[in-house]
Design a protein around this ligand. Structure first.
Ligand code: MN
Length: 245
């Protein structure tokens, strides 16, 4: 049986001109469900259900949870800060849904993969905070959003020894793409950094003791077709999801 992977979409509540304009509209880059489908899972795009009981029921139906990025930023209020720079923030509805789904997935042991903003959601859900804009707040940082396609590799990361990510990649160092302007500031107490860039920016996190809860700051969905290490990332996630089901 193929595992069913819930995939979170982005949401325009009707206050954005792009992505559906004035109608409330879900949207999602097709590469996320495509990667799940290509590598042996059944992607299921989730409704951003508002009710707690409904979310609980939803998490029970899933074999795995994929938190997608590539949307606007998590509103800083969710980690106790005021917004310092003019970047688009995501709808409250999406943020609340994703943050609670992370906590439910932790509680229920549901295998979870967070990509880019999804990794940041994992950190915020578990009590961490974010650098609101790397270029403004971490002057010595590498360019983490260089002007090149996300299909291209950008910078190396050191993979933490004895981490879940290390077991998956089997490498001490891998090269990743990079398309983010935010990063982890305060790492949630329960999380462990599983990969760090040469400038100290945390590039992956995991939850020790959980079957599979991993967040990566890069975008493996752009790389898995050509890079075996990134394919293994999805495969390990899907394998954990199959076992969970
Ligand atoms: Mn990066």
């Amino acid at each position: 049986m193929k595992p069913v992977i819930g995939v979170t979409p982005d949401f325009n509540a009707g206050d954005r001109q792009d992505m559906g304009g004035r109608e409330p509209t879900y949207f999602l880059r097709a590469l996320y469900p495509r990667a799940i489908e290509d590598l042996g899972g059944i992607p299921l795009i989730l409704p951003l259900a508002a009710g707690r009981a409904l979310r609980r029921q939803l998490i029970k139906k899933l074999d795995g949870l994929l938190l997608t990025g590539s949307g606007p930023d998590i509103p800083p209020a969710f980690y106790g800060e005021r917004q310092r720079y003019k970047f688009q923030v995501m709808s409250r509805r999406r943020s609340e849904f994703e943050l609670e789904m992370v906590r439910l997935a932790v509680g229920a042991g549901v295998p979870t993969l967070g990509i880019c903003g999804g990794m940041q959601a994992i950190n915020v859900a578990l009590g961490g905070s974010l650098v609101q804009d790397i270029a403004s707040q971490v002057p010595a940082a590498l360019p983490h959003r260089p002007p090149r396609p996300a299909t291209r590799l950008s910078h190396p990361v050191a993979v933490t020894p004895r981490s879940l990510l290390r077991r998956i990649t089997r490498r001490a160092r891998i090269h990743v793409n990079s398309s983010h302007h935010q990063s982890i500031k305060r790492l949630a107490r329960l999380l462990k950094a599983s990969a760090v860039a040469t400038d100290g920016i945390i590039e992956a996190v995991e939850l020790p003791g959980h079957r599979f809860l991993l967040g990566v700051q890069w975008h493996p969905e752009f790389l898995y077709s050509r890079h075996q290490v990134q394919r293994r990332l999805f495969q390990a996630f899907l394998k954990a999801a199959r076992t969970h089901s």
